[in-house]
Write a protein that binds this ligand. Structure first.
Ligand SMILES: Nc1nc2c(c(=O)[nH]1)N[C@H]1C(S)=C(S)[C@@H](COP(=O)(O)OP(=O)(O)OC[C@H]3O[C@@H](n4cnc5c(=O)[nH]c(N)nc54)[C@H](O)[C@@H]3O)O[C@H]1N2
Ligand SMILES: Nc1nc2c(c(=O)[nH]1)N[C@H]1C(S)=C(S)[C@@H](COP(=O)(O)OP(=O)(O)OC[C@H]3O[C@@H](n4cnc5c(=O)[nH]c(N)nc54)[C@H](O)[C@@H]3O)O[C@H]1N2
Ligand SMILES: [Mo]
Length: 763
C-alpha cells in the first residue's frame, strides 16, 4: 500500500473559470495556431456573420454582439483551425500498424487531413488518390451489395443541416434507413421519451426562460466542461437569487462556484459566484428513485395544503385540461416506500422533501439534464420522470418553465430534424416523395448498436461515416473493433485522423472535409450553412479561414459526389445544382419539411428563427392530444448487482471533446497529465484492502459480454468524493468495460453511465 498522493493528482481549490481558464486558452492557441490568426478567428465565433462554435449546442444570446468567452469552445476552434497538416507526406512516413500504436491525442494532433486517401495493403499505408477515383471506389462497393440494407451510414452531430439533409436524401435514394448516429449514444432517450410524454422529442425552454425562472434543477450534466457558455446563464440566475438544485454523484466544481472571465470584478478580486444552493450526491443510477421521492413529497405537500383549506400545490386546472395518467402515477408513488427511495437514490428523505418544498414554492421551474440521466438502461423512463415532475405543476408553456436537455454535438438536434433518423417518420417520407418524386424506404433501419451487431454478424458489409469516431465511441471495444474490421469497405468523411480510420476493412477511403471555421466556396460564391441549437433556434454559420488545402471539399460537396457516383441519374436529383448554391438545398428542406417555411429568408435575420415547439403553447402532439404521465415501475435503473460489483460511470475530462483528446489534464477534478485513473470512495477502497495510489485492474462484470471478462489494467485508484458503490473513469478508454447489450431497450442508448465492474488489485 502506498500513502503518497499519486503522481499528477493535486486537489484543485479554485472556482471553475477564472484566470486558469484564460491561461488554458492562451496555451491552446500557442500549440495549435499561429499567434496572429488565433485571437482573430476566435472573435468571429458565434457572431451574426461568423461561424457557429463547433464546441457545443448551447444557444447564443439573442442579439449576439459580445464575444462569449469559453475555454472549451476555444479549444474546439483552435483544434480545428490548427496549422498542423496530416498530408500525404506524413502518411508516407508511418504505416497504419505503427499509427495504431499511438494514443488518440497523437493521432488527431497530426493535424488536418489534406487529400483524399485510400489504404494500400502492400505498403500498409494510406496513399493519396483523386476525388473521382475515391467516389468511384465507394460507389463500386455500395453498388456491389445485393441489398442496400447491408450498408450503414453513420452521422456524427457536427454535420450542418445542409450536409445532413443531402446525406439522408442520398441514403434513402440508395434504398436504406440504416442511420446509426451519435444521437443513438447520447440523447436518444430524450428523442424517444419526450414524444410519448409531451409530444415532441426536444427541449422546450429558451435562453430567455432562464431570466424568468424561479428554480433550476440540474441533473447529470457538467456544464463547466461540456457547455461552458451555460455558466454565464447559471451565474446570472444564481446572482438573481434563483435556487439551483444539483443532482450529481460527483461534486463538479463549476456547479459549486464559478468565476466569470467576463467579470472584471471577479477576475480582479479572485472572487467567484456560488452556483448550487443544494447539491445532492445521488447514487449513479439513482435519479429515477430521487425523482420519485421528490414527486412523492410534492403530492404530500399538495394533500396537506388542501387539507388546510388551500387550493393545493399541484396545478389542478392544468392537470385536468392538459394531462392524462395522473392517477396511475399517484398510485405508483404511494406504493413506493421511502426506505426504497433512500436506499436506491442514496439520498435522505429530508433532502428530497426540501427539493419538493423549493419546487412547490417556485412559480416557474425548469430542469436541465445530460448524460447522467440518458445513458442508463432505463434512460427513456428517466427522462419521462423529469417530464412528470414538471407536469405536476404545469411547468410548460409559461415563461421560466420547461425541460432543457443539454444536447451534445453542435448540430446533433438539427441533423435529426432534417432526416437523420433510422425510424423514417411518415411525414418526412411523404415530403421526400412530394419534392423528389421517389418513394423512400419505410422499414426501420439500424441504430448505432444494431449497426455494430450487423457488422459483427456479417449482415452489413459497407460503412460510410459522415464524421465522428464510431468504433471508439461505441461500447465493448473488443467486439466493436472486430466488427468494423470485418467490413468490405469503410468510407470516412473527416477533418482529422482517428482510430476508426485505422481499424481496417478490406477497402478504406479517407475523404477530407472543411470544418465550420473555413470558407466554403462553391460555383455561385461563398456559402453559409445552418445549424439548430439545443433550444431549437436555427441560424447560419459562415467560415472565413482558408481551407487546410486546395484538395479539401465541403461536406455537402462530398455527399453530392458520392450520391452522383452511386446513383448516376437515378431519380433525376440535381446534386450538383444544389451544391452550387446552398440556398437550393434549404429550398428543398423547406419543401420536404413545412416547419422550415421561408427558410432562406428567416435564416438571414440576425439570430435566425425558432422551430415550432408544441408544449411552449400547451399543444401536445400525442395520440390523444394531451400530455402523458408515464409511470416508472420500481425504482431501480439497473438490475441488482452482486455485493462485490461496483457501478462504473464514464465521464469526459475537461481536456477532451468526446473521443478527441486535447490534452491529459482534468483540472477541476485535480488530475494532471494522465487519464489512467479511477475515482473511488475511500470506504470502497478500504473494503478491498486498497489505498489511493494503488495499481488496480477494472474488470467487466456484465454477463452479456462475450468471452473472457474485459479488463482495464494499470489503472491507479484515486480517492474521491463519490457515493459508495460507484466508481468513475474516463470515456472513451473505459468503453472496454461497457457491454453492447447493456442498453435502454426503448431508445437503444448504451448504459455508459452504469457498467457493472469489479475492482481488483493489479497482479
Ligand atoms: N468540452 C466538451 N464539450 C462537450 C463534449 C465534450 O466531450 N467536451 N461533448 C459534447 C457531447 S456529444 C455531449 S453529449 C455533452 C455531454 O455533456 P454531459 O452530459 O455533461 O456529459 P458527461 O461528461 O458524460 O457528464 C455527465 C455528468 O453526469 C454525472 N453523472 C454520471 N452518472 C450519473 C448518474 O447516474 N446520475 C446523475 N445525476 N449524474 C451522473 C457526471 O458526474 C457528470 O457530471 O457535451 C457536449 N459538449
Ligand atoms: N463510455 C462512453 N462512451 C460514449 C459516451 C460516454 O459518455 N461514455 N458518450 C457518447 C456520446 S454522448 C457521443 S455524442 C458519442 C460521440 O461519438 P462521435 O460523434 O462519433 O465522436 P467524436 O469524438 O465527436 O468524433 C471525432 C471525430 O470527428 C471528426 N470531425 C470533427 N469535426 C468534423 C467535421 O466538421 N466534419 C466531419 N466530417 N468530421 C469531423 C474528426 O475526424 C474527429 O476525429 O460518443 C458516445 N460514447
Ligand atoms: Mo453526445
Amino acid at each position: 500500500m502506498s500513502n503518497d498522493t499519486p503522481e499528477g493528482i493535486r486537489p484543485y481549490h479554485h472556482p471553475a473559470g477564472g484566470w486558469d481558464a484564460l491561461r488554458a486558452v492562451a496555451q491552446t492557441i500557442r500549440t495549435q495556431m499561429t499567434v496572429v490568426s488565433g485571437p482573430r478567428i476566435l472573435l468571429r465565433n458565434n457572431q451574426p456573420d461568423g461561424f457557429d462554435c463547433p464546441g457545443c449546442a448551447w444557444p447564443d444570446p439573442k442579439h449576439t454582439s459580445t464575444f462569449e468567452f469559453c475555454e472549451n469552445g476555444a479549444k474546439a476552434v483552435t483544434w480545428e483551425a490548427t496549422k498542423k497538416r496530416a498530408s500525404p507526406e506524413v502518411f508516407a512516413r508511418h504505416t497504419v500498424t505503427e499509427l495504431l500504436g499511438w494514443n488518440d491525442h497523437a493521432l488527431e494532433d497530426l493535424g488536418r487531413l489534406t487529400h483524399p486517401m485510400a489504404y494500400d495493403a502492400a505498403s500498409d499505408r494510406y496513399l493519396p488518390i483523386e476525388w473521382d477515383e475515391a467516389f468511384a471506389r465507394a460507389a463500386a462497393a455500395l453498388n456491389a451489395l445485393p441489398d442496400p440494407n447491408m450498408a450503414e451510414f453513420y452521422t456524427s452531430g457536427r454535420a450542418s443541416n445542409e450536409a445532413a439533409f443531402l446525406y439522408q436524401l442520398f441514403v434513402r435514394a440508395y434504398g436504406t434507413n440504416n442511420f446509426p448516429d451519435c444521437s443513438n449514444m447520447c440523447h436518444e432517450a430524450t428523442s424517444v421519451g419526450l414524444p410519448q410524454a409531451i409530444g415532441i422529442g426536444k427541449g422546450t425552454v429558451s435562453l430567455e426562460d432562464f431570466d424568468h425562472t424561479d428554480l433550476i434543477i440540474s441533473m447529470g450534466h457538467n456544464p463547466g466542461t461540456n457547455h461552458p457558455r451555460m455558466m454565464a446563464t447559471l451565474r446570472e440566475a444564481a446572482r438573481r437569487g434563483v435556487p439551483i438544485v444539483v443532482f450529481n454523484p460527483l461534486k463538479e466544481r463549476a456547479l459549486e462556484r464559478f468565476a466569470s472571465p467576463q467579470s472584471p470584478v471577479e477576475m480582479a478580486t479572485m472572487g467567484a459566484t456560488p452556483i448550487a444552493t443544494t447539491y445532492l450526491q445521488v447514487n449513479v443510477g439513482g435519479d429515477a428513485a430521487a425523482l420519485k421521492g421528490v414527486m412523492k413529497a410534492v403530492l404530500a405537500l399538495d394533500e396537506a395544503d388542501r387539507a388546510a383549506g388551500g387550493a393545493g400545490t399541484l396545478d389542478h386546472d392544468f392537470l385536468a385540461t392538459h394531462t392524462e395518467g395522473l392517477d396511475a402515477l399517484i398510485e405508483d408513488l404511494r406504493g413506493t416506500s421511502w426506505d426504497t427511495i433512500e436506499a436506491i437514490s442514496g439520498l435522505a428523505r429530508a433532502d428530497l422533501e426540501h427539493v419538493a418544498t423549493l419546487y412547490c414554492r417556485a412559480p416557474s421551474a425548469l430542469v436541465c439534464y445530460g448524460m447522467g440521466v440518458t445513458q442508463h438502461a432505463r434512460g427513456t423512463e428517466n427522462v419521462q420522470q423529469i417530464a412528470n415532475l414538471l407536469l405536476l405543476r404545469g411547468n410548460f408553456g409559461r415563461p421560466g418553465a420547461g425541460i432543457c436537455p443539454l444536447r451534445g454535438h453542435s448540430n446533433v438536434q438539427g441533423d435529426r430534424t432534417v432526416g437523420i433518423d433510422e425510424k423514417a417518420p411518415a411525414a418526412l417520407r411523404a415530403g421526400i416523395e412530394r419534392v423528389f418524386g421517389f418513394v423512400p424506404p419505410a422499414e426501420k433501419g439500424h441504430d448505432a448498436v444494431e449497426s455494430i451487431e450487423a457488422m459483427y454478424e456479417g449482415r452489413s458489409r459497407v460503412l460510410v461515416a459522415l464524421g465522428g469516431n464510431l468504433a471508439v465511441a461505441m461500447p465493448d471495444t473488443q467486439r466493436t473493433h472486430a466488427a468494423v474490421r470485418k467490413l468490405d469497405c469503410a468510407v470516412h468523411i473527416a477533418t482529422k485522423l482517428n482510430r476508426s480510420h485505422l481499424l481496417l476493412a478490406r477497402e478504406n477511403l479517407l475523404l477530407p472535409c472543411l470544418g465550420r471555421t473555413e470558407l466554403d466556396m462553391q460555383a455561385t460564391g461563398p456559402q453559409s450553412v445552418t445549424v439548430e441549437d439545443s433550444m431549437s433556434m436555427v441560424h447560419a454559420s459562415r467560415g472565413a479561414l482558408p481551407p487546410p488545402s486546395p484538395h479539401v471539399r465541403s461536406e455537402p460537396a462530398i455527399v453530392a459526389g458520392l450520391a452522383r457516383a452511386v446513383l448516376g441519374e437515378r431519380h433525376g436529383i440535381a446534386w450538383e445544382d444544389m451544391v452550387a448554391d446552398y440556398d437550393r438545398i434549404r429550398d428543398a428542406i423547406e419543401g420536404v419539411l413545412p416547419a422550415f417555411a421561408r427558410y432562406n429568408e428567416r435564416v438571414r435575420e440576425p439570430g435566425g428563427f425558432r422551430l415550432p415547439l408544441g408544449p411552449t403553447e400547451r399543444v401536445w402532439h400525442t395520440p390523444s392530444g394531451k400530455a402523458q404521465f408515464r409511470v416508472f415501475r420500481g425504482v431501480r435503473e439497473d438490475a441488482p448487482r452482486a455485493p462485490d460489483v461496483l457501478t462504473l460511470t464514464t465521464l469526459r475530462s475537461h481536456d477532451q471533446y468526446n473521443t478527441t483528446l486535447y490534452g491529459f489534464d482534468d483540472r477541476y477534478r485535480g488530475v494532471f497529465g494522465r487519464r489512467d485513473v479511477v475515482f473511488m470512495n475511500a470506504d470502497d477502497l478500504a473494503e478491498r484492502g486498497l489505498a489511493e495510489g494503488d495499481l488496480i485492474t477494472l474488470e467487466a462484470a456484465d454477463g452479456s459480454m462475450h468471452g473472457e471478462p474485459a479488463r482495464l489494467t494499470h489503472y491507479t485508484a484515486v480517492t474521491y468524493d463519490i457515493p459508495r458503490g460507484c466508481v468513475a473513469a474516463y470515456y472513451p478508454e473505459a468503453n472496454v468495460l461497457v457491454g453492447l447489450g447493456n442498453r435502454d431497450p426503448q431508445s437503444g442508448t448504451p448504459a455508459y453511465k452504469s457498467a457493472p465492474v469489479r475492482v481488483l488489485r493489479a497482479t
